[in-house]
Design a binder for this molecule. Structure first.
Ligand code: KG4
Ligand code: ZN
Length: 338
């Protein structure tokens, strides 16, 4: 059978990414991070769309080149339709449409949140592929969801956040500590040298499968303000312990919810996805859950956790097999359900 080559394009937030896969194998996965946002302490939508506009052509060219193919070899083009920032999505959408029209090949729209989950179906040496049904905890800068996956395209959100996403909890806590955006990876790094039990923060009281992080953020803010008032060097002197304690609280919340969903559904195949699944503590805790509770856990390879186009391409591949193509009238959608 002829190999299928899919080009994936991702531009939903602040990373411009393009990837080429051959069947389920990733041949290239180029990600251009936008440095421009760091000094603003968060993503500035207008600047993000402009940077995508500058990045998209070279990033796509590089992805095709690195894959060792030519654009004429492509079987279809998959792109992120949503959810995300409208201006950012429009760049990828328009580009994907034009290229598909020019090459006269199918165009496939992809839901970014589904793609984070379907990244688990990328073929990798020693990567486990989850069997159906499985449960995925999707944790990113914009979303926090527990999803039951019945087959590649049948997904049900069993619970989600009622306010902030878990990535925001990391990033906003980091901001309170004066760390640059995005602070999640820095909290992870500093936490490795700190005591997770040094400080105690209150966990929210919400439904069994619901999340809430805005109260935690306020709690951390008050805690820091109070201590800095007494000792202006409080953050500097305790940075590692503060980061470890914040991270410990957040990960405890996530693990509690996973225990609840296993209890409710009886499903013990547990996956994580999204940017926060890069966090070393959640990865470690899931591995321990295999031993302690008999779960089988699925942890994505590091490069498929934060936003990337390989996950868009694999979703495109699965839809291609299903012949689920889009028409050229398809448009970007800032809000899009799983
Ligand atoms: O999935 P993603 O790349 O973009 C969205 O779709 O939102 O997720 C980005 C989020 C940011 O909030 C970032 O701080 C967080 O993932 N993140 C981490 C780590 N790496 C990325 N949070 C905690 N620990 C990490 N190691
Ligand atoms: Zn994402």
């Amino acid at each position: 059978q002829k190999p299928i080559y899919i080009l994936g394009i991702e531009s939903s937030c602040d990373d411009t990414s393009a990837a080429v896969i051959c069947n389920r194998k990733v041949l290239s996965n180029i990600v251009a991070n936008q440095e421009v946002h760091a000094k603003y302490g968060g993503v500035v939508p207008e600047l993000a769309s402009r940077a995508h506009q500058q990045n998209i052509v070279p990033v796509v060219q590089q992805a095709i080149e690195q894959a060792g193919i030519t654009k004429e070899d492509l079987s279809a083009i998959a792109f992120t339709k949503g959810p995300g920032l409208m201006g950012s999505l429009l760049v990828g959408t328009s580009f994907a449409k034009s290229l598909a029209l020019g090459l006269d090949i199918p165009l496939i729209d992809v839901n970014h949140m589904q793609a984070h989950i379907l990244a688990h179906f990328i073929e990798e040496e020693d990567a486990k592929i989850p069997p159906f049904p499985f449960v995925c905890l999707t944790i990113s800068g914009g979303h926090t969801q527990i999803v039951k996956i019945t087959n590649h395209f049948e997904m049900e959100v069993l619970g989600e956040t009622i306010d902030d996403a878990v990535g925001e909890a990391f990033d906003k806590s980091a901001k309170i500590l004066g760390l640059p955006y995005p602070g999640g990876p820095l909290i992870d790094k500093y936490a490795k040298q700190g005591n997770p039990k040094a400080f105690k923060f209150t966990k929210p009281r919400v439904g069994d499968l619901e999340f809430s992080f805005s109260g935690l953020k306020t709690g951390i803010l008050y805690f820091i303000q109070k201590n800095v008032k007494e000792n202006p060097d409080f953050i500097k002197e305790n940075l590692y312990d503060i980061c470890a304690s914040i991270q410990h609280t957040i990960i405890e919340i996530l693990m509690d919810k996973l225990k609840n969903v296993v209890k409710q559904t009886g499903i013990k195949h547990i996956a994580i996805a999204g940017g926060v699944s890069a966090n070393s503590e959640i990865r470690k805790r899931l591995q321990q859950a295999e031993k302690h509770w008999g779960w089988t856990t699925y942890i994505p390879k590091f490069e498929y956790t934060t936003d990337n186009a390989a996950m868009i391409a694999i979703t495109g591949y699965l839809k291609y097999l299903n012949k689920t193509y889009s028409d050229v009238s398809v448009t970007a959608q800032a809000r899009l359900k799983v």
